[in-house]
Design a protein around this ligand. Sequence first.
Ligand SMILES: [Zn+2]
Length: 420
Amino acid sequence: MRTNLPVNTQRLWDDVMALAEITDPAAPYTRRAFTARFLEGRAFLAKRFAAAGLAVRIDPAGNLIGRRPGRAPGKGVIMIGSHSDTVPGGGRFDGVAGVVAALEVARALDEQGLALDHDLEVVDCLAEEANVYGVSCVGSRGLTGRLTPEMLAYTEPGGETVAQALSRMGGDPVRIAEARRDDIAAFLELHIEQGRVLESAAIDVGVVRSIVGILRIELLVEGRADHAGTTPMPLRSDALVGAAEAILAVRKQAEALAGEDAGYFAATIGVIEVAPNAANVVPATARLVIDARAERRETMQRFASWTEGELPRIVAQARSRLTQISILSDSSLAAADPRLCAIITEAASSLGLSSREMASGAGHDAAMLSRIAPMAMIFTPCREGRSHCAEEWAEPEQISAGAAVMFESVLRIDRAPTEA
Ligand SMILES: [Zn+2]
């Protein structure tokens, strides 16, 4: 274990573990946004923020913010943080590691008597994960002015609107426009990788150069319902067989794109709905959903045109028809700021830590923030890449190495000459 890092590993770890205790007992580790349990976690964090000497507030978008004023007002804010909500049955590190690491950076600066020119804000962004209200990244959308009146009117099954839930979290939907920031000089988020690239290469930190865009495409394959016993094989139009060919073809195409020098690319078909879904009936229809992720727009466009151009032919060869290809959602990719990436890489090497640039295949609050500020992310390894499950795990030293890199990066950002 390294002892010369500029952050306190034990203190950081204790806070991560204390938050892990604040969970629905029936489904560890669960602290879903907008619940009483979430507010309990928030109360713990607010106390810890205050104990670190930060001025604590909740902004109109429901973000918990701890502020440490800088020496040169007007230079802007270095904002660091992540989210403290979890998925159901989620892990102890996704989001939390980033909030606590940011808090630890503020504490370490104080302990070492280091004043910054910039204001420093530690943020716990509200409701990053998908939730029953149907809008994720609520807080970070608010920071960027992208929490629309339509989104505030979304309603969960019990009838509560996002606006009402936001008020319960201490936010203010009426003043939502005031949550939008134009004073952020840099945004940094530490997050566990949620994959196994760093672990398998034994690298201390990942420097995220981009966060993938996500395209969801719905496919409808049509065949003809017939008796499964009396319809001879050559006379069938089996929608599920056509769908199976489509699934295999998508995998092949994704592997080809990922193997080229086209940036990170992945595509998955994780939804199949087959009708009539009966053992003795030839399937009449199959609905599939493709989830495609790319760090380059051109790669995504190539995949989308391949889907439109080639898939209908492939499905037709299996004697069924691809009758509908529709875009369900298309979130744009987010590029990290190259200058910040270079600073993080230098910070890591100054601490004797190894790093590599990589793409993030998952979405993050930082993707939202990139719309209004230079953004970069620091990834830390997690065991076997497991995430969004109770087995999610990172070693104390792995998180503190990431926090140390963030600490060094904040100092370097603060001292860097401001861009014209
Ligand atoms: Zn997360």
